[in-house]
Write a protein that binds this ligand. Structure first.
Ligand code: FES
Ligand SMILES: [Fe+2]
Length: 380
């Protein structure tokens, strides 16, 4: 799990000026709320007075009020009101919590959980089809799985499981093509990579039901950052799906996924539910696999797996993770767990780079670089 990326916190529609929303991401708690102007904020959930959970409190005007002694924190994380102080005494400078850059896109509130200045931050993945004519998205689906997010992302980058996990969707020629051709994984930006692959040969049951027609199906996946997965399925030039999975690791064995499905056909609103039903049936097939994987998290060494050339996209994803390890962005999960009963941690926010006087400890990060980055490509 990595600091310095954007994570989905809540659906925009659930973030109000009425009631705070608490969300656990990477083992830490955050609170989201809207101020009186409608702007959404995400701040650390732990009140620096004596540890109250702000997400269990109330919203008072532009602030969230701690349920314990009523201290009020505004969207910039600063305490504005300490009820027991004389009215003319300002709260001390230390009375502040981390406040994170927050942005709403696609109906999702994202928070940048890290301390990088704006110009160094990776972007939220830009969905090119969103809001475009001839494309439609159905309502965002949010679901949780009892699995590690990295396993989930790797599953999305894996073309070889299709026929086995999704028998109604799979076309036998995927395996045929994988046998004959290497997957060409290309870097798409500084923050990720992807591939497209021919899956022609037969029309799957799903596409028959939906009337996609015979065509040359091309499918592929990409990653952006550690926690965004994109899959594209083009049945024909005009008919396709583009699916976006914004994943929030809740812990090392639980993941919350915000799923945006775009389609360039069946644009009638009444098709939305049918598409959601089929997508969730397919997702359930994946979840059944992911929740059964051992170890729960990805093994530390590839000597504990037997990877083949069809696993090339997984290798490349891991190369990216390694790069972010080397920047010192990986959370030291074991250390966090061993101390958490005694220490309240926060992911450092950008203001920590310029201001002092922070009460909560910054989350422990893995500092060491243990090996040189792996080269592209794998043995067959
Ligand atoms: S613990 Fe939050 S006001 Fe006391
Ligand atoms: Fe799958």
């Amino acid at each position: 799990m990595y600091i310095n990326f954007w994570y989905p916190v809540a659906l925009s529609k659930d973030v109000t000026n009425e009631k705070p929303v608490q969300a656990e991401i990477m083992g830490l708690n955050f609170v989201a709320f809207r101020d009186t102007e409608g702007k959404a904020h995400v701040i650390s959930n732990t009140c620096v007075h004596r540890g109250g959970a702000l997400g269990r409190g109330k919203i008072k005007g532009d602030c969230v009020e701690c349920p314990y002694h009523g201290w009020q924190f505004s969207g910039d994380g600063k305490c504005q009101v300490i009820p027991t102080n004389p009215l003319d005494v300002k709260p001390p400078a230390r009375a502040k919590v981390d406040a994170y850059p927050a942005e709403e896109r696609y109906g999702i509130l994202f928070a940048f959980l890290g301390d990088l200045p704006a110009e160094e931050r990776p972007p939220i993945y830009d969905i090119p089809e969103f809001g475009k004519e001839n494309w439609r998205s159905n309502d965002i689906v949010v679901f949780e799985i009892n699995g590690y997010y990295q396993r989930s992302i790797e599953n999305g980058m894996d073309g070889a499981h299709n026929e086995f996990v999704h028998p109604l969707q799979g076309a036998p020629s995927i395996i045929e093509n994988l046998r004959k051709h290497d997957i060409d994984v290309k870097d798409e930006s500084e923050w990720g990579c992807g591939f497209m692959f021919a899956a022609s040969g037969s029309t799957s049951e799903d596409t028959k039901v939906l009337g996609a027609g015979e065509g040359r199906t091309v499918a592929g996946s990409s990653i952006h950052g550690p926690n965004t997965l994109i899959t594209r399925i083009n049945f024909t030039e005009e008919r396709g799906f583009a699916q976006y999975f914004f994943e929030a690791p809740v812990s090392d064995c639980k993941t919350r996924i915000f799923f945006v499905n775009m389609r360039s056909w069946m644009l009638d609103e009444e098709m939305d539910q049918r598409i959601i039903d089929i997508n969730m049936r397919i997702a359930k097939e994946d979840i059944d696999i992911i929740e059964g994987l051992e170890p729960v998290r990805t093994p530390k060494s590839t000597a504990k797996e037997v990877l083949t050339k069809a696993d090339a996209p997984i290798y490349r994803y891991r190369d990216f993770l390694k790069m972010w390890d080397d920047r010192g962005w990986r959370i030291d999960w074991k250390e966090l767990q061993s101390q958490r009963g005694d220490v309240a941690f926060a992911i450092p926010c950008p203001a920590r780079r310029t201001e002092k006087n922070w009460v909560l400890d910054p989350v422990p990060l893995v500092k060491s670089v243990d090996a040189k980055p792996k080269l592209k490509g794998v043995a067959s």
